[in-house]
Design a protein around this ligand. Sequence first.
Ligand code: FES
Length: 161
Amino acid sequence: MSDVMAEETLDLAPLHEIIDEFKGQRGVLIQVLQRAQEAYGYLPPEVLQGIAKGLSVPLSQVYGVVTFYAQFYLTRRGKHVIRTCDGTACHVRGAAKVIDAVEKELGITPGETTPDYEFTFEVVYCLGSCGLSPVAVVDEQVVGRLVPEKMVQIIRNLRQK
Ligand code: FES
């Protein structure tokens, strides 16, 4: 996540730069939202309001797009994102135990982020790598043939980074 994201005050300068780049163009809302999310790690209300104003689009339309597409996040995410598969192939090969291990190691349940914003944990249903089940995607990298111990070790290694 970029360090333009401060705890209390949000630096809106990066957003203004993005908006300036796209101002006056039509049909750029999704692109602007993507760029803003790259800059901030998620889309807080101030950013959405800034986009609505900057592009002269109703705020309701901005929220409509953000809530329609799964790629957009309204809450701050962890520095590391762990997505563990519990689709059929992975489930049969022990995904539940891997998920349990993540929950215990991080102290959160699927859909949550640790209070220190180090980890976000999600459960998904098929990552398209069933041959490697059970599978997780850790920071965009596919990790296959998981066992609980391996998953815990991955988390501990990430913590040290
Ligand atoms: S079911 Fe897990 S990758 Fe397909």
